[in-house]
Design a protein around this ligand. Structure first.
Ligand SMILES: *Cc1c(COP(=O)(O)O)cnc(C)c1O
Length: 429
């Protein structure tokens, strides 16, 4: 694979941007080699500046469930751009998208649009703290909720009641308010709530773990979180920035039948443009300014280009059979990948919910961050680079999800399975 142009651009990028990137994982640190610089993409294919073409399972980290540059989304953006890209005032497009969100997502009666997932989660936390007049929050190890201060915290070795700021710059008095527990461990959640439940403003969870690779919730886990938080007067926040509109039109809450107090959205809702959103019941959301006193604002919130793209995205997703087809394709791909590792005698675990999936190089059953971390990352690194050479682009880290789109074809899935077999064979050797 020729990487001349990417390798020429990377040093130039590093001269003017930290690490040469605008988001750390793009630097390919976990897999070695210079990162790819992309020049265009269409449908399921992404093409770099050296004209290498890849079947793409990153999908811009999740948003592009209808592939790159879908004609209807492109048209909607172009049409709106002619009419103006931002007004800083209300538009009908915002109402239309909000109506679609309210109709699709069970827990949402009112929704506020923002510009990123980080902003959605940060605002949801402020709302929960403002309503409950409590400071503490509980999250789970390995769950990512954007980069706001309260959420970049992980508990050190077993210290669950004291957050330790791993990232310099986070005020320790704030970090102490963030509690961490292992995903899927309901016993520990119960224990923690027995001791300090009355101080906890909110429990935030990815209803399907997606940022340590895919870690599905054990049966009963989400239901128990609902019951425990309710009893303690704490709010339950589902961070559905990945799972919203991904695992069903109503997200993970619809799939599992568990209704949170606040839902955070992002990624797919923007149709590939920068959008986030948070919503809940009218009772909860009326605490937000200008009705209530909890302040949150945004110059580009509800941006017309983004609303236009989001509206088309949700229309496309509302069509008959979309999720059934995503399920079939994803099942087909994972079945093939699994057969490969069986044939080659490689230890691997597969996790999947709908069109989000992971392959972990470990013999341990995947239930939380500890088991995820047992994966052989050297093998992954060789596998990733082998796959690139075979024309398949997956996320450059063992600890990220793969995403199927509605425009991947059966033929491309067969090609991917074949590429994966070759890459595995070489990586193992
Ligand atoms: C991507 C993501 C975020 C952050 O969204 P940004 O748009 O990158 O700020 C938050 N939560 C989850 C679950 C995510 O996957």
């Amino acid at each position: 694979m020729n990487k001349n142009n990417s390798s020429r651009l990377f040093p130039m990028a590093k001269k003017v941007m930290p690490g040469g990137v605008n988001s750390p994982v793009r630097a390919f640190n976990a897999v070695g080699g210079d990162p790819l610089f992309i020049k265009r993409a269409k449908g399921s294919r992404i093409i770099d500046v050296d004209n290498n073409e890849f079947i793409d399972y990153v999908a811009s980290w999740g948003p592009l469930i209808f592939g790159h540059a879908h004609p209807e989304i492109v048209n909607a953006i172009a049409r709106q751009a002619e009419l103006g890209s931002s007004y800083g005032a209300s538009t009908e497009l915002e109402i239309q998208l909000a109506e679609k969100v309210v109709q699709a997502v069970p827990s949402i009666e009112l929704v506020r649009m923002v510009s990123s997932g980080t902003e959605a989660v940060m605002s949801a936390l402020r709302l929960a703290r403002g309503i409950t007049r409590r400071d503490k929050i509980l999250k789970f190890e390995g769950c990512y909720h954007g980069h706001s201060d309260s959420l970049l915290v992980k508990a050190g070795s077993g210290l669950v009641s004291l957050g330790i700021p791993e990232c310099p710059g986070i005020v320790s008095s704030l970090a102490e308010k963030t509690l961490n527990l292992p995903y899927n461990n309901i016993t520990k959640v119960r224990e923690l709530f027995e001791n300090e439940g009355k101080e906890i403003a909110a429990l935030i969870v990815e209803p399907i773990g997606g940022n340590m690779g895919v870690v599905p919730p054990k049966p009963g886990f989400l239901e128990a979180l609902r019951e425990i938080t309710k009893k303690a007067g704490a709010l339950l926040i589902f961070d559905e920035v990945i799972t919203g509109f991904r695992v069903s039109l109503g997200g993970a809450q619809k799939l599992y039948g568990v209704t949170p107090d606040i839902t955070c959205l992002g990624k797919i809702i923007g149709g590939g443009l920068p959008v986030g959103a948070y919503g809940g019941s009218r009772q909860v959301m009326d605490h937000i300014s200008p009705v209530g006193s909890i302040y949150q604002a945004g110059t580009l919130s509800g941006n017309p280009l983004a609303m236009a793209a989001g509206n088309v995205m949700l229309d496309l997703l509302s069509k008959e059979g979309v999720y059934e087809s995503l399920e079939e394709k994803s099942a087909k791909l994972c079945k093939g990948l699994k057969q490969n590792v069986v044939d080659l005698g490689i230890q691997a675990q597969f996790t999947r919910v709908g069109s989000m999936f992971s392959m972990f190089f470990t013999s341990k059953e995947i239930v939380d961050f500890e088991t995820v971390k047992s994966s052989n990352t050297d093998l992954f690194k060789r596998y990733f680079n082998g796959l690139l050479g075979e024309g398949v682009y997956i996320a450059p880290s063992q600890f990220e999800a793969g995403f199927m789109s509605a425009v991947h074809t059966d033929e491309e899935i067969d090609l991917t399975i074949e590429a994966s077999r070759k890459a595995l064979n070489a990586a193992q050797g």
